[in-house]
Unconditional design. Structure first.
Length: 294
């Protein structure tokens, strides 16, 4: 070292610092979940666009009625991927690159779309998580394809009698997703039925697809067909301020379906839930799903 010039010594020291910094960056990048990529699952006359993120047991995230799962699920997906799951976000027909018949279809068809995604990208078995209307599809998937579903997450599911008890709340999605209405009216519906007090609802003025809402509403399947979700384990995530699920109905599902239902409540959240408390939702799903039988 004594024979080395001052310039040479500084050059070596600088190289060591840069090498250490680059190594630290590489380690940090390795610890991050991989960027979501897009896959297309094609079967017969249907093509479903799927965002794929992470590695491990598959978790399928299904959006609420008439909405996509791009922005709503970004943070949830990243967290679950970091927790060791392969997160699949199939877009409903009519959204993004998802195409297929949109007339005369129903929950049977939507469940088949999900089952095909599980076969193609989920190693043929997955947890299926549905937000609001999405839980109808999740439960139908478990009913029709029990061998493909490890468990069902019912996130912000309504009580069975919400439509009769509170029709104004029940019809709020029709106002929120009606793009022909003034933003002020739509925002009022979002604040009243979707977001807890103090949360910004303006982001949900976007992300609605009226044609998809019409498709999902055209042929309702009787609740008795899909309500029990077959015999799958169920995680119910209840936002504590959700008018679709008032407090006196929090135990409804567990009373009906017994010990296979696990219930978690999330404070400071309403029906939108995902953009309000993504970390709490991810924690509940991750803990529950890791404990499920393979």
């Amino acid at each position: 070292m004594r024979g080395m010039s001052r310039t040479g010594f500084l050059s070596m020291a600088l190289s060591a610092v840069l090498l250490s910094a680059l190594s630290g960056i590489a380690m940090a990048e390795e610890s991050k979940p991989a960027q979501a990529k897009t896959e297309i699952v094609t079967t017969k006359n249907v093509a479903i666009e799927v965002l794929v993120e992470g590695k491990g047991p598959a978790v399928v995230l299904l959006p609420s009625q008439g909405r996509d799962s791009y922005g709503d699920y970004d943070q949830l997906s990243k967290t679950l991927a970091a927790d060791g799951f392969k997160v699949l976000r199939p877009q409903p027909r009519g959204i993004g690159k998802s195409v297929g018949p949109m007339k005369g279809v129903d929950l049977y068809d939507f469940a088949e779309d999900v089952a095909n995604v599980i076969d193609a990208l989920g190693d043929k078995r997955a947890v299926v998580a549905g937000h609001a209307y999405g839980h109808f599809v999740a439960r139908m998937t478990a009913t029709r394809y029990p061998e493909k579903v490890r468990g069902v997450v019912v996130a912000a599911g309504s009580a069975s009698d919400t439509a009769e008890r509170n029709p104004l709340v029940w019809w709020a999605p029709d106002f929120a997703g009606n793009l022909s209405l003034p933003d002020e009216q739509r925002l009022a519906a979002l604040k009243g039925a979707f977001f807890a007090k103090g949360h910004d609802a303006t982001g949900w003025l976007k992300g609605w697809y009226p044609e998809v809402t019409a498709m999902q509403s055209e042929k309702p399947v009787p609740r008795k067909v899909w309500w029990a979700a077959g015999t799958a384990p169920i995680l119910e995530i209840i936002p504590e301020e959700d008018p679709f699920k008032p407090r006196d109905r929090w135990d409804e599902l567990r009373k009906q379906l017994g010990e296979r239902v696990t219930t978690v409540t999330v404070p400071n959240a309403s029906h939108a839930l995902m953009p309000e408390q993504p970390a709490a939702v991810a924690e509940a799903i991750s803990k529950w799903a890791h404990d499920l039988p393979k």
